[in-house]
Design a protein around this ligand. Sequence first.
Ligand SMILES: Nc1ncnc2c1ncn2[C@@H]1O[C@H](COP(=O)(O)OP(=O)(O)OP(=O)(O)O)[C@@H](O)[C@H]1O
Length: 601
Amino acid sequence: MAKEFDEVEYTKADLATWKQVLSYMKGERRDVILLFVSVITLAILDTIYPKLNGIVIDKYVLTGNLEQLPLFAGIYLAFIALFGFIVWTFILLSDRLQLSISYQIRKDGFKKLQELSFSFYDTSSVGWLLSRLTSDTNRIGGILSWGLTDAIWGSMVMFFVTISMFMMNWKLALITIAVLPILAVVSYYFQTRILKQYRCVRKMNSKITGAFNEGITGAVTTKTLVTEEDNLEEFSHLTREMRDGSVRASVINAIYYPIIVALGSVGVALIINVGGMDVFNGDLSYGDLVVFLSYATLFYDPIRTIANLLTRFQDAQASAERVISLINTESDIIDRPDVIEKYGQIGNLKKENWEPIKGDIELIDVGFHYKTGEKVMEHMNLKIEAGNSIAIVGPTGSGKSTIVNLICRFYEPTSGQILIDGVDYRERTQEWLHSHLGYVLQTPQLFSGTIKENIRYGKLDATDEEIIEAAKLVNAHEFITHYPDGYETVIGEGGSGLSTGQKQLISFARALIANPAILILDEATASIDIETEKLIQDAIQVLLKDRTSFIIAHRLSTIVNANQILLLKNGEIAEKGTHAELIAQKGDYYQLYMGQFEKIK
Ligand SMILES: Nc1ncnc2c1ncn2[C@@H]1O[C@H](COP(=O)(O)OP(=O)(O)OP(=O)(O)O)[C@@H](O)[C@H]1O
């Protein structure tokens, strides 16, 4: 089953995962050290600041020694300036660390997505993958930068304040610390509940994103099926649940904060009570009492931060597991080490060892089943000589796409062999095969950019002349030059602004300029006007010339012109031959021809 948009599963901390996540900080060693130093310095300054107040009260205010106050004003100013500088430094460093970690994880994730085979995409939805590379990576980056900053600052403040308190008055120090366990338990209790609500809100948010996605991509279908009202009701239900979850989180927050403040006040009240007596008895100065009151607040504050961090860590743990599992996913189709050694891999292609390709293809006893399904084909044998075109026809689900996916090595046979120029294609790298392979999809995939750029995707170093030549050969030149900007015309995402036929012609030009030895053409079924249809039929013949081609064919002209026709039925080659031979056989192809192709002649 495809993974859900934002599957939320929470597990215990896993050291191996965190070790791998922490390795992303390796390159940032200098920033991490600087961050540690600045946060520890901040905690020290936080501890010193109340002491300054105590000294001013005891030494100058209470003694009336006011002439020294301007000196202290100067010290305060210097202190505040240093404080500001440290805060600036750690905000900058934390942000930088977060961005850099997220960037590196995202880069590795994207690289992995490029490497993974088709079978991976059979079970992972686009939404699920997007969540991994966006919100999950942000969460990991956040916990490693801001989370770490908060944790170090919080624990260091508590550490320095505790030392300072014990140095001043151990009795008051113990009273301050006594409130700590109650605060910690209460904070953890509430933070866990708040987090639970936020998870629920996030899950709803993911579902809403999914609903938006489906609403936008399926807008036409929704309208034609008149399901707007049902969709709206479903969407309202999701947004209501999200609102309710957010309100619940706010309510818990609203209860939590007064309780924390009240508990903190209990600590402060105890200090005033006991400390007041000590001042009265002369065991404590006024200044130190004021310092203790400040310390109580300073000491309790990090509890909230740390409790919040502990719960956020659980979230980040789930994110880390999902992202790391994605990054560690092994592709089902991998080249053998000795093959990589000889032919290289992306980043280090050893093209000098690449044999030129002719385009002979042979399937020997090929059997195949998808990971999740039953056998799609068994003992398939087929031999195609270089330069020949094969039209594959057959009912839906008969295995047409499967056979071309196997030839492209998007999937590998589960038994048997596929030979290219007499050699098992696993003896060479995927890059070798794919660089000699062109695939024109039924729905042409165009990218936002100019028409020229779209054609150039086929051969990145193509000259403008080559691009125009290719466009001319596939009958695209004329309509392109009709645009005021010609080849520089900017087309939108997915080729919006162009008709289906025009998109097809551009994708033909792109395939032609790549000049692959093996071409796969999934012919479009969409009917287009007669004039464009004729242009497309002619362009297909140009495209197929002198290369081994497989066409999942729907047009009679393509089928008739093919060197061989394969009629597939339940993953088997039911009939094979030229059009004339198969018509003469009066078998299934004949029936199909009479019943279906006849109409679309
Ligand atoms: N990714 C997949 N995972 C599991 N089973 C699959 C997958 N793709 C196809 N199948 C199954 O394999 C069989 C052959 O499918 P295939 O897509 O090759 O047929 P097809 O002839 O191209 O069909 P169509 O004309 O509808 O595109 C079908 O039974 C299909 O359900």
